[in-house]
Design a protein around this ligand. Structure first.
Ligand code: BGC
Length: 266
């Protein structure tokens, strides 16, 4: 048994940049055919698809807003039309709309919940329906399908100034574990990856100036993560090497969730 994902089809949402981009690259490197979903930035998604194809892999870039039911249905239809099957979903799309809670608008609240939580529900539901249709006929992996949710350390670490984001990720944790509990008997594996501070566009502004130094005080392992750190965990969760891992969150955070403020007695 190995890490290989050859003959498997993976769909990664929000893959035109950051974590999703790295996950799509990582899955393709292990031989998966990948659907690189983007919302508004077609160009980097198409460039990644072209790169994967030029290296002998299979990929397609498809636009869809994961918070819209019709878009998600179309995304899955197009995936099936292109590759004929689906084996792996990485529900990654996510965004921040930061504001102190007293000033947070309903629009900021709704947008984050719609993309980060409702989007993950819609994609997981569509993947589950497809896995059920395929059943065990495909025989490319021990599970009939795998769902990997992109969460965050903020599924457990409260985050002032970001209550919409933290609430959405707390929701992702319960969404993931409840789905895992409900459908595990169908041989569909469901897990999350919870990144900490990773160098991606989502936190570029908080890393600017002395931001990185401040963030590093919260990371016992002493470095900001790379998108590949997260992709490596996602690839492992998608592979048969993790076949007995189900309903779990893997924290890829350099120890950020260890409450480093308590290192010196708090
Ligand atoms: C957020 C980043 C933040 C990190 C650690 C992530 O989920 O999207 O902006 O740097 O958590 O706080």
């Amino acid at each position: 048994m190995n890490l290989s994902l050859s003959n498997q089809v993976a769909l990664v949402t929000g893959a035109s940049s950051g974590l999703g981009f790295a996950c799509a690259e990582g899955l393709a490197a292990q031989g998966a055919s990948v659907v690189i979903n983007y919302n508004s930035h077609a160009e980097p998604a198409e460039a990644l698809a072209a790169k994967i194809i030029s290296q002998g892999g299979q990929a397609i870039a498809l636009g869809a807003d994961v918070s819209k039911e019709d878009d998600v249905e179309r995304l899955f239809e197009q995936t099936l039309a292109k590759f004929g099957a689906l084996d792996i979903l990485v529900a990654n799309s996510g965004l921040q709309k930061d504001s102190p809670v007293g000033e947070m608008t309903l629009e900021q609240w709704n947008k984050v919940l719609e993309v980060n939580l409702t989007g993950q529900f819609l994609c997981a539901r569509a993947a589950l329906r497809q896995f059920r249709k395929q059943g065990s006929k495909r025989d490319v992996s021990r599970a009939i399908g795998k769902i990997i949710h992109m969460s965050s350390v903020h599924q457990i670490i409260p985050w002032g100034g970001h209550v919409n984001y933290a609430a959405s990720k707390g929701g992702v944790d319960m969404l993931m574990r409840s789905i895992a509990q409900e459908i595990g008997g169908e041989k569909i594996r469901v897990n999350s990856v919870a990144p900490g501070a990773i160098a991606t566009p989502i936190n570029a502004s908080s890393r600017a100036g002395d931001g990185t130094e401040k963030i590093l005080k919260l990371v016992p392992y002493g470095r900001i993560g790379d998108p590949e750190d997260v992709a490596n965990a996602v690839v492992w969760l998608a592979s048969d090497l993790s076949d007995y891992v189900h309903g779990t969150t893997i924290f890829v955070d350099g120890g950020m969730s260890l409450y480093p403020g308590f290192q010196d007695n708090g």
